[in-house]
Design a protein. Structure first.
Length: 186
């Protein structure tokens, strides 16, 4: 979902492009937050939805705000989206997607069951880290660091958006798309 359909993702990619340019000249830094923040916010938003009978999250969800703006025209809520993009440009690369978005967490859990996965081959990896540099959720590529992978072939974690940027960036081809179960059918 995230890399292929999410309307906020395109804006976040542009913000990330600016962030990386500004970081090179020292005008932006990438502040890292604890990965446990997103599940905590997920539980809070879920609890609020049950308690109030309404998805309170939709008031702050840039995906919904951008989608509604495309259909019904811009509203003042776009200021919130611009604020989030400013955070992503100057303070924390991919802040919303990495640390807040409960939709990404939900789709990530469903994605763990998806037949389409990114597979990592330890035997041909030189551990250069090119994949982690381009990944919007680089913690999923921790297994590409020397000594982290436990098996020769492993699938990348559930948070992977399957954008394919790591697959393209890997000079050795240690990362590739794989359809689970296809080998047994062919």
């Amino acid at each position: 979902f995230c890399s292929w359909i999410c309307p906020y993702h395109l804006l976040a990619e542009f913000a990330e492009f600016l962030h990386l340019k500004l970081a090179r000249i020292g005008l932006a830094k990438d502040h890292v937050f604890h990965r446990g923040l997103r599940p905590i916010l997920f539980v809070i938003f879920l609890g609020l939805a049950f308690a109030m009978g309404y998805t309170v999250f939709e008031y702050v969800n840039p995906v919904g705000i951008v989608s509604r703006a495309l259909v019904y025209g811009p509203t003042i809520a776009l200021l919130w989206v611009m604020f989030l993009l400013a955070i992503e440009v100057f303070y924390s690369r991919r802040f919303w997607c990495r640390y807040v978005c409960p939709m990404g967490l939900t789709y990530g859990m469903a994605g763990a069951l998806s037949p389409v996965q990114v597979e990592y081959n330890l035997e041909i990896c030189l551990h250069e880290g090119e994949c982690r540099k381009v990944c919007m959720v680089p913690h999923v590529l921790e297994i590409t660091k020397m000594g982290y992978a436990s098996d020769t072939f492993e699938y990348i974690g559930a948070d992977c958006t399957r954008c394919g940027m790591c697959v393209d960036a890997c000079p050795q081809g240690a990362l590739k798309f794989k359809v689970r179960g296809l080998d047994s059918l062919v």
